[in-house]
Design a protein around this ligand. Structure first.
Ligand SMILES: Cc1cc2nc3c(=O)[nH]c(=O)nc-3n(C[C@H](O)[C@H](O)[C@H](O)COP(=O)(O)O)c2cc1C
Length: 217
């Protein structure tokens, strides 16, 4: 039995392209992997701990302790919430992230989540040569990304100097940083296409792609 964690970063529910494609993914995954457990983390509904002065101070203390060869900060105060989210992530065997593009990048709730789980000694460490080594290894990650405009693969991609996709590159980067080597991507774009009927066709294509991806996940 494996555990799939679905992290949903659009607040738009039934209107959301990324959430609808992810729902199709989860539905097909459940059908094709009936033994597996699925957990959904809706970032706009789930109360993440604030990463505030207390959490930042604990992080700095944690790093100082790790550098002295100690264990790091105990899970108390804000750090308890940080450790709990990391445990949830590590308990998963497979991770699905569905997200919109907001302002060429990620929605703030997803950044909030990543600022919580990206912690030295817990999800990555730095070796003596200064290299970053991921600690969340051996798990595939599926990204489902919806954006109003269409973006060509590759980074940086300047489109007349106004459109650059910082989202996919960033998510792939932090995924690899934590140790995810197998990162798969589904793009649903351009969702803001004004041609009548095109949005429905785009959604149907995204759902089909998501279902096919789920069978192989
Ligand atoms: C706050 C906000 C910022 C957005 N910024 C961009 C953007 O920079 N580039 C883009 O192509 N679309 C942008 N969009 C459009 C969304 O990416 C598009 O509506 C997408 O379908 C959202 O994903 P969802 O349907 O899963 O919620 C933005 C939408 C919102 C609400």
């Amino acid at each position: 039995m494996a555990r799939l964690l679905h992290i949903e970063a659009s607040p738009r529910g039934a209107e959301s392209f990324s959430a609808r494609a992810a729902a199709a993914f989860v539905d097909e995954y459940r059908r094709s992997h009936p033994q597996d457990e699925i957990e959904q983390l809706r970032l706009f509904e789930h109360g993440l701990p604030d990463f505030d002065a207390e959490a930042a101070a604990q992080k700095m203390q944690h790093i100082a302790q790790l550098m002295r060869g100690e264990q790091g900060v105990a899970p108390i105060g804000k750090w308890a919430g940080v450790v709990a989210e990391i445990e949830r992530l590590k308990a998963a065997d497979k991770v699905l992230i569905s997200t919109p593009m907001w302002n060429f990048s990620l929605p703030y709730r997803l950044k909030h989540y990543l600022d919580i789980v990206l912690q030295p000694g817990l999800t990555f460490y730095v070796n003596r040569r200064g290299e970053y080594i991921g600690m969340v290894r051996g798990k595939p990650m599926q990204l489902v990304i919806a954006s109003g405009s269409a973006y060509a693969p590759g980074f940086p991609r300047a489109d007349g100097g106004t459109k650059t996709d910082f989202l996919q590159a960033y998510l792939q980067h932090v995924g690899r940083w934590m140790g995810f080597e197998d990162i798969r991507v589904i793009r649903i774009q351009p969702t803001a296409n004004p041609v009548p009927g095109e949005a429905d066709a785009l959604m149907r294509g995204g759902i089909e792609e998501a279902r096919a991806a789920a069978r192989l996940f």
